[in-house]
Design a protein around this ligand. Structure first.
Ligand SMILES: *Cc1c(COP(=O)(O)O)cnc(C)c1O
Length: 427
C-alpha cells in the first residue's frame, strides 16, 4: 500500500508541473503514479509508507556505492561544517580535478560544472569555438542532457538537418545538428563526405545507456576517432554515465579510444550536483579566463558536492571494486537469461559492466530503431509486477538498470526470483 505516496503526489501536482522535478520520475511510461521516497540504505529504498525496495535506479547512476555510504556522508558532513559555498577556489576542487586528469587518458585539464547538461553544453560551445565550425553530429537515442541544440528528432532521410524535439527550441538552433543512427559508420561517413568542412564535433555516448544499454559495435568508436581526425573535427565522449561506471578511466579506458573532449557527471558528484568537461590542454585553454570561450557558474566546484565526489572516487579506487560490480551484474544477467529460457521467452538482454537492460523485443539490439520495437505496455506491467515484489526498476523500458557496490548476492537472487514471478504473471 502506498497511501502517503498517493497523498503526496496529489499535493505535488498542484505546485510542480507533473508533480515532479524531472519528467521520467512521473512514472507515466509504466502507467503508475510516482513512489515518494523517504530514505535510502545501501541497496534499498524506503518509501513514504515504509515499504522497502531493492533499488536499480541508484539515482540514475550516481550512487555506485549505494545509498548513504558512510564515507560520502562523512565527507558531506565535514565539508558543510566548514561552510556551504565560497564562490572562490578551494583545495578540494584541485584535488578532484587532479584525480580526474590522472585517471582519464583524454583529460589534461578539466572544468567543474553543476550537471551533465552543463558539461555537454559547454563542451559543444568549446568545440565550436576551437574549430570555428558550427555543425554537430549526434546519434539518435543518445541523450546529452536538455541542451537546446541536442534535443532533436531525425529529419527525413540520412544526414538531413534535425528538427526540434521540443517546443521552445527555434529551428535555427537545431539546424546545425545532424542526427544519425547509433552504430552506423556508413551514415557518419556519408555525413562527413557531405559536410566535412563544417562539422565541429561528433558527440557520442561511448556505450549508449539512455535508450536502454546499447553497446557500441566493434570498430564503431575507432571509426569515429579516425573520421573526426581526418576532417579536423573534435570527438566528444559523453561519459556522464560511463565515467567511473565502466572503470576508473571510463569507457575510453576500456575501449582504448581517446576522444578530444570528455563530459562527466553523475558518479563524480557522488549523489550531489556535479558535472565536468575536460580534454587536451591546448583545447581547454580556450576557456575563460585563459581564453575567449565563456563559461561560468556561481556554485561550480561547490565544496559539499566536491567532497561527495572525492569520497566516492576514493572508495572506487580500492582494489576489486569493479571486479565485484562485474561479478554481481553478470550474476543478474545470467539469472535473468535462465528465467527467460525457462519461460520460453526470447526477449533480449544487454549488459556492459554494471549496467543492464531487459528489452521486451526479440530484435537484435543495436540502435534506436531496434529498441523502438519493444513492447512498452508489457514493460509497464512488468515494472508494476516488480514493484509489488519489492524491486524498484527504472520506470521506463529505455533506461539502464544500475547495480551498486551495496548490492549483494542476496539482493540479486531475490531480484531474479521476482523477475521469474513477474514475467509469469504477465504472460
Ligand atoms: C544524465 C545524462 C546527461 C545529463 O546530465 P544531467 O546531470 O541530468 O544534466 C548527459 N549525458 C548523459 C549520457 C547522461 O546520461
Amino acid at each position: 500500500m502506498r497511501i502517503r505516496s498517493e497523498k503526496f503526489y496529489e499535493e505535488a501536482i498542484k505546485y510542480i508541473p507533473g508533480g515532479v522535478n524531472s519528467p521520467v520520475r512521473a512514472c507515466k511510461a509504466v502507467k503508475c503514479n510516482p513512489v515518494f521516497f523517504e530514505r535510502g540504505e545501501g541497496a534499498y529504498l524506503i518509501d513514504a509508507d515504509g515499504n522497502r525496495y531493492i533499488d536499480y535506479v541508484c539515482s540514475w547512476g550516481p550512487l555506485i556505492l549505494g545509498h548513504a555510504h558512510p564515507e560520502v556522508i562523512a565527507g558531506v558532513y565535514f565539508a558543510s561544517k566548514r561552510g556551504t559555498s565560497f564562490g572562490a577556489p578551494t583545495w578540494q576542487e584541485v584535488e578532484l580535478a587532479k584525480m580526474i586528469t590522472e585517471l582519464f587518458p583524454s583529460i589534461e585539464k578539466v572544468r567543474l560544472v553543476n550537471s551533465g547538461t552543463e558539461a555537454t553544453m559547454s563542451a559543444i560551445r568549446l568545440a565550436r569555438g576551437y574549430t570555428k565550425r558550427n555543425k554537430i553530429i549526434k546519434f539518435e537515442g543518445c541523450y546529452h542532457g536538455h541542451v537546446d541544440s541536442l534535443l532533436v528528432k531525425a529529419g527525413s532521410g540520412l544526414a538531413t538537418f534535425s528538427i526540434p524535439a521540443s517546443p521552445g527550441i527555434p529551428e535555427e538552433l537545431t539546424s546545425h545538428t545532424i542526427n544519425l543512427p547509433y552504430n552506423d559508420a556508413d551514415a557518419v561517413k556519408e555525413a562527413f563526405e557531405k559536410f566535412g568542412e563544417e562539422i565541429a564535433a561528433v558527440i557520442v555516448e561511448p556505450v549508449a545507456a539512455n535508450m536502454g544499454v546499447v553497446p557500441p559495435k566493434e570498430g564503431f568508436l575507432e571509426f569515429l576517432r579516425e573520421v573526426t581526425q581526418k576532417y579536423g573535427a573534435l570527438l566528444i565522449f559523453d561519459e556522464v554515465i560511463t565515467g567511473f561506471r565502466l572503470g576508473l578511466s571510463g569507457a575510453q579506458g576500456v575501449f582504448g579510444v581517446i576522444p578530444d573532449l570528455t563530459c562527466l557527471g553523475k558518479i563524480i558528484g557522488g549523489g550531489l550536483p556535479v558535472g565536468a568537461y575536460g580534454g587536451k590542454a591546448e583545447i581547454m585553454s580556450l576557456i575563460a579566463p585563459e581564453g575567449p570561450v565563456y563559461q561560468a557558474g556561481t556554485l561550480s566546484g561547490n565544496p559539499i558536492a566536491v567532497a561527495a565526489g572525492l569520497a566516492t572516487i576514493k572508495e572506487l579506487k580500492k582494489p576489486g571494486t569493479y571486479e565485484r560490480l562485474e561479478a554481481l551484474t553478470s550474476m543478474l544477467e545470467e539469472g535473468i537469461k535462465d528465467v527467460l529460457k525457462k519461460l520460453g521467452l526470447s526477449y533480449k538482454t544487454t549488459r556492459v559492466a554494471s549496467m543492464f537492460t531487459l528489452f521486451f523485443t526479440e530484435k537484435e539490439i543495436e540502435n534506436f530503431q531496434s529498441v523502438s520495437s519493444c513492447d512498452t505496455d508489457k514493460f509497464a506491467y512488468f515494472w508494476q509486477a516488480m514493484l509489488k515484489r519489492g524491486v524498484y526498476l527504472p520506470p521506463s523500458q529505455f533506461e539502464a538498470w544500475f547495480v551498486s557496490l551495496a548490492h549483494t548476492e542476496k539482493e540479486i537472487e531475490t531480484t531474479i526470483n521476482a523477475v521469474y514471478e513477474a514475467l509469469k504473471e504477465i504472460h
